[in-house]
Design a protein around this ligand. Structure first.
Ligand code: PEP
Length: 250
């Protein structure tokens, strides 16, 4: 049975003291959650603190990004080995903000995917169409091409290390959410695309998260859809009560 997952992407928010407060609240509220895997992704400077603080809990720590090279002259970047060395073995790749503001292309993401897999990391692979793609009825084609060009080069047994996160760009941080039916329609398409390209059992096993303005008041109806296996949460993950409410809606 595929896993239910609720992941919080804290982006460039929370300094060390604020991180300590949120980690401690989340540990109390969600530390022994059994029905879903809970993941938090603080900023790089606070990852080590997070792994230490959450060690005895069931909450997993993820990085928000990493570089594709093993090491070297890449000022400002962080490697897979650096993450693994502080017990972070999950990484978000392909977030729309990385694609839009930092020029991350499908080809670059394919390299990052390879590096993450080489280090046996779990990848939360993000993708999703922009508003004009949906308006021009191109959203399925865009999603399929992001998957094909950034991820589908992996081998069948790499899929145990992959979590998919469908995040329509027009719904991220905008307060606008895909309707539960729109989310279900796309998630079913994604699963069918994985089945067609790989096989049905991989498609049945992979968790597909929805991301885009998930809040306590809409989480339950989105999570109730059969192909939605949880959420990647931005803004609402920065507050312990709202993240708890979302996690409990699964
Ligand atoms: C995100 O950035 O992954 C996200 C889903 O953000 P928000 O929940 O704020 O829309």
């Amino acid at each position: 049975m595929r896993k239910k997952i609720v992941a919080g992407n804290w982006k460039m928010n929370k300094n060390l003291s604020e991180t300590e407060v949120l980690l401690s609240e989340l540990k109390t509220k969600l530390g022994d959650t059994k029905n879903a895997k809970i993941i938090v992704a603080p900023t790089f400077t606070n990852l080590y603190k997070a792994t230490q603080e959450l060690k005895q809990s069931g909450i997993t720590v993820a990085a928000q990004n990493m570089h594709q090279a093993e090491n070297g002259a890449f000022t400002g970047e962080i490697s897979a080995d650096m993450l693994k060395n502080i017990e972070v073995d999950t990484v978000i790749l392909g977030h729309s903000e990385r694609r839009a503001y930092f020029g991350e292309t499908d080809a670059l993401l394919a390299d990052k995917v390879n590096t993450a897999l080489k280090h046996d990391m779990t990848i939360i692979f993000c993708f999703g169409e922009e508003l004009q793609d949906r308006k021009s009825d191109n959203h399925f084609a865009v999603v399929e091409s992001q998957l094909k060009n950034g991820l589908f080069h992996i081998k069948a047994d790499n899929w145990k290390n992959v979590i998919l996160a469908y995040e329509p760009v027009w719904a991220i941080g905008t307060g606008e959410t895909a309707s539960p039916d729109q989310a279900q329609e796309m998630h079913a398409f994604i699963r069918a695309t994985v089945a067609k390209t790989f096989n049905q059992s991989i498609a049945d096993e992979v968790s597909i998260l929805y991301g885009g303005s998930v809040k306590p008041n809409n989480a339950e109806e989105i999570f109730a859809k059969p192909d939605v296996d949880g959420g990647l949460i931005g803004g609402a993950a920065l507050d312990a009560d709202s993240f708890e409410a979302i996690a409990k809606a699964i």
